[in-house]
Design a binder for this molecule. Structure first.
Ligand SMILES: NC(=O)c1ccc[n+]([C@@H]2O[C@H](COP(=O)([O-])OP(=O)(O)OC[C@H]3O[C@@H](n4cnc5c(N)ncnc54)[C@H](OP(=O)(O)O)[C@@H]3O)[C@@H](O)[C@H]2O)c1
Length: 258
């Protein structure tokens, strides 16, 4: 691992605070404008690039920038920080390298502006998470047997599995790469809510916030809600407008609640 040092004691709290503030802005914006990708893609957002390529590039900072910023921390060789880093990387190994390869989106595009915003966000978030893990947090070996770590890691693992399964199930609804149709999902948690992939992603980052017990983890959990909750509402309304037989009792995001 390369060794660099940064002295960001004065501005780390401001950037961390900025991530909290960005959640408010993101919620405000996403509540008014549904990000134009996937089923909500629209003309008028400038040049587009392939969906698969966009996902790989825009999410990639969570792998390389995360490791880069992590390597600048004084506790980078600590046992617990390294375990937390690896758990984080499991999620993003899937999101950056596996998820895009499994999508059935041949010929579809995403506006470059959307991918650029996600790319910038992932650099910012990687910085905040990584600097906390390897520099500002304090994680003795006994952290691994603490209730916070055990509960958080359990939620993180369940959230990851739920997210992976939900995305996989959605992929299975299309026959092949050239199938552009949308179908009503009917299995698993989809019986109860429209967006189990978002719900489980939120559970995952709640787990992360608990197992790192950090303002950085909390900020990313809140950001995830701010980003995904309004989109879940848009997805739900989209299904209701496209399918007359969409189950009326199905909730949007949280089983039996919302
Ligand atoms: N942490 C965060 O802030 C954050 C932000 C955004 C996304 N994510 C995660 O990234 C993943 C993807 O997000 P997304 O918004 O693209 O999810 P999505 O709208 O549910 O789409 C996921 C994939 O399934 C396909 N699909 C969705 N509904 C389908 C249906 N009814 N029939 C057939 N195919 C269907 C989509 O194709 P099309 O692309 O053709 O619609 C896309 O390839 C999710 O796991 C989400 O949790 C996380």
């Amino acid at each position: 691992m390369p060794t660099f040092e940064i002295h960001d004691e004065a501005w780390y709290p401001w950037i961390l605070g900025g991530l909290f503030a960005l959640s408010l802005v993101t919620y405000w914006a996403c509540d008014r404008i549904t990000a134009p990708y996937g089923r909500h893609v629209k003309r008028g957002w400038g040049p587009a690039w392939g969906v698969r390529e966009c996902w790989i590039v825009m999410e990639s900072p969570a792998l390389w920038a995360m490791v880069l910023f992590y390597s600048m921390g004084e506790q980078k060789l600590g046992r617990v920080p390294l375990i937390l880093l690896r758990l984080h990387q499991v999620h993003y190994f899937n999101r950056v390298l596996i998820y895009p390869m499994r999508m059935k989106v041949r010929g579809k595009g995403m506006p470059i502006i959307v991918a650029a915003c996600a790319f910038a966000f992932n650099i910012l978030n990687s910085y905040v998470q990584a600097r906390w893990l390897s520099n500002y947090g304090s994680y003795p070996d006994s952290w691994l047997t603490s209730p916070k770590f055990i509960l958080g890691a359990t939620l993180f693992g369940l959230g990851f599995l739920g997210n992976f399964w939900s995305d996989s199930y959605l992929f299975s609804l299309r026959a092949d790469e050239d199938d552009r149709s949308y179908k009503i999902p009917k299995a698993g948690l989809f019986k109860f809510i429209t967006c189990p992939n978002y719900f489980s992603e939120m559970v995952e980052w709640l787990g992360w916030a608990i197992m790192t017990w950090s303002p950085a983890g909390l900020a990313f959990f809140i950001y995830t809600i701010a980003n995904l909750a309004p989109r879940a509402v848009s997805n739900h309304q989209w299904y209701l407008s496209k399918f007359n037989d969409y189950p009326k009792e199905r909730r949007i995001l949280i089983p039996f609640v919302y």
